[in-house]
Design a protein around this ligand. Structure first.
Ligand SMILES: Nc1ncnc2c1ncn2[C@@H]1O[C@H](COP(=O)(O)OP(=O)(O)OP(=O)(O)O)[C@@H](O)[C@H]1O
Ligand SMILES: [Mg+2]
Length: 302
């Protein structure tokens, strides 16, 4: 598919992938695509940062290449590695066959045949369907040296392999960087990108998301679930539930044939929403009922 020609077209493209994006998010996506700039998405857990990269890739019919960041991730595992075991076998086989051509073997050992391509290199390669979507997920989990390396790779869209040379992307990939903000990402990297903070959705948008992702849930149950989760997020919790939890919870309730929330069903299924014992303990006793009553009070009669 060609690039969307307007903000509305972006919104439509995403909604076809069951992704609900507000005006602000659709605008930065549109601009990122139009200007060929990386998109930096920071925000609360479970608010659709990773999912939007999948939705853009599917919507544009491009390949999604994901670089999952973690502590200790280094350039080698992000770009390429030599397939050492295969190289060893090739050497042994050549030795056993008494092949004398050492030079040829040496050149062959450092050719594409023994190169294991990691996400960044894959993203620089030409793709028949057009530049891929490169998702650099949870960048805040890596350390600063890797960030500096990434900055360089993202500024000229090229990577260098000493034994082979420099590989330049014929067309830059569509880059999406996400962070949960467990630490600040460096300004230099942010400056290269368009930035958007992904917050928890408001009631109406969360209803839209739930309807898109769990259409089997009745409107009445969905409204209660969303109102309760929204109310829960205003509590002082160690980890607030994300949109992912809202969807999971609705699906659990459906599996149990629940048609309306009650303090008992909440207590029975709270593990789908809250993942820390301290948070769960806060809803013990009459607390769940109080929150449920308050959540219901915010719902206008349907
Ligand atoms: N705007 C949205 N439209 C549709 N689905 C959404 C939306 N936001 C979140 N979701 C749903 O929530 C799930 C979790 O989203 P996702 O994994 O993208 O969150 P995240 O922001 O990457 O979280 P984390 O920071 O924990 O990685 C998705 O699988 C999707 O089903
Ligand atoms: Mg994510």
């Amino acid at each position: 598919m060609t690039q969307p020609s307007s903000i509305e077209a972006v919104q439509t493209m995403l909604s076809r992938q069951n992704y609900v994006a507000g005006r602000a998010l659709s605008t930065v996506v549109f601009l990122a695509l139009r200007l060929g700039k990386p998109l930096f998405l920071e925000g609360e857990p479970g608010t659709g940062k990773t999912e939007i990269a999948k939705a853009i890739a599917a919507g544009l019919n491009r390949r999604l290449i994901r670089l999952q960041c973690y502590e200790g991730l280094d350039a080698a595992s992000a770009v390429y590695e030599w397939n050492f075991p295969a190289q060893m076998i090739a050497i042994r086989t050549a030795e056993a066959a008494g092949s004398a051509d050492r030079d040829a073997l040496q050149t062959d050992l450092f050719s594409d045949r023994y190169l294991t391509e990691r996400p960044l290199l894959q993203a620089m390669r030409p793709h028949p369907e057009g530049p891929p979507v490169l998702l650099i997920d949870e960048l805040d989990r890596t350390d600063e040296p890797f960030e500096a390396f990434l900055l360089e790779a993202l500024s000229d869209f090229q990577v260098t392999i000493p034994e082979i040379g420099t590989i330049h992307a014929p067309e830059p990939p569509i880059v999406i960087v996400t962070s949960n903000r467990t630490r600040e990402v460096h300004d230099a990297l942010k400056r290269r990108c368009l930035y958007h903070w992904v917050d928890y959705p408001d009631f109406a948008r969360e209803m839209e998301i739930l309807t898109a992702r769990a259409p089997e849930a009745s409107a009445a149950l969905s409204r209660e679930v969303v109102a309760f989760v929204q109310r829960l997020r205003t509590e002082d919790l160690f980890k607030k539930p994300g949109v992912a939890e809202t969807i999971d919870w609705a699906k659990c309730l459906l599996a149990l044939d629940v048609i309306s929330l009650s303090p008992q069903t909440i207590a029975d299924t709270l593990g789908a929403v809250l993942k820390y014992q301290d948070d769960i303990a806060k809803l013990e006793g009459s607390e769940a009922k109080r929150l449920l009553d308050e959540a219901r009070a915010t719902l206008a009669p349907a």
